[in-house]
Design a protein around this ligand. Sequence first.
Ligand SMILES: Cc1cc2nc3c(=O)[nH]c(=O)nc-3n(C[C@H](O)[C@H](O)[C@H](O)COP(=O)(O)OP(=O)(O)OC[C@H]3O[C@@H](n4cnc5c(N)ncnc54)[C@H](O)[C@@H]3O)c2cc1C
Length: 334
Amino acid sequence: MLCSGGLGHLYAVTTNPWEACGQGVGMAARAGAIIADPEFVQFHPTAIDIGKDPAPLATEALRGDGAILVNSKGRRFMLDIHPDGELAPRDVVSRGVFDEVKAGRGAFLDCTKAIGKHFPDMFPTVYASCMAAGIDPVTQPIPVAPAVHYHMGGVLTDGEGRTSIDGLWAAGEVTSTGVHGANRLASNSLLEAVVFAARIAENIKGTLPTPKLTEWGDNAGENDDPVTVEDSPPFKRLRGLMSECVGVVRTREGLLQAIREIAELERVNTRLRFANIITTAKLIAVAALQRTESRGGHFRADCPEERPEWQRRTYLTLAQAERLAAEAAETESA
Ligand SMILES: Cc1cc2nc3c(=O)[nH]c(=O)nc-3n(C[C@H](O)[C@H](O)[C@H](O)COP(=O)(O)OP(=O)(O)OC[C@H]3O[C@@H](n4cnc5c(N)ncnc54)[C@H](O)[C@@H]3O)c2cc1C
């Protein structure tokens, strides 16, 4: 049973810890499993932008309690974008924040009026993160940026947590059960993990053969210390590339660049763990290139509308992704 979590750490700015870098999706795909909806990556709009990795969260409850988003000129920008302002869906607020940051105006969560002196009691964790960075949210706006938070896509499973590979079940964020559609609602993920884990336990019961001792396969010299991958220049390059080209706002041109550079990283890579990570990145980039529309966590600046012909899930094997990536590269060079 695969339960290796999400993939936020494939991106430069994320709320996810290092362990969540998509190894499970990559492993399953390399073993031939069908991956569903890999292009749907959810960004949290208000990670605290203080250069920490992972980035701490300024919880949505702050906006629920009336905190507003302003730029460095003090202008409240979300009301220009969506009638619900700061309470618009996560992807809409993320793009609003992204645009301000990209334009050099910065984005800040101003809690000074709505929460003010109650901040330390009401939101002690966020308060501690801010104070550790020298920002007092009682009197100062909090600098924020969108950060990868959750992956709606993953290893395709059925209602019993079975994948397309015999004998492989999967649960939690590594899966795509379909429960979250293209844009998960906050707090549904833990519930999903619990429900499907229990169903899998029932489904597996009595089906497993008596375990036999086997030798571990040769790991081709891989150092099992994850830090050696985390700190490596190729991994840093991949994270930058994913944020730049496969991030909050995507374009065909950027996605083609990502696919090209991912292929190059793959060509020179000799590490098993990193091979899984790169595979996941490739699946996301290829699926994002294919989906020529915008929906949920996937936004294409060159196709900004939802399109009825795309009102369906993506199903992708690694072999198909590789064929599509090769075709895209050929079209580009023609
Ligand atoms: C800051 C933050 C706040 C969140 N808040 C909420 C919330 O309020 N409500 C909600 O519903 N969800 C929330 N989520 C999402 C939720 O926490 C995750 O979706 C959920 O924890 C995923 O559970 P999981 O069991 O699938 O994976 P995880 O809990 O991530 O566990 C995966 C495990 O697999 C291990 N692993 C990974 N790769 C390998 C490998 N190759 N070999 C061996 N082990 C491996 C990891 O080390 C880890 O121990 C939040 C997420 C973050 C980051």
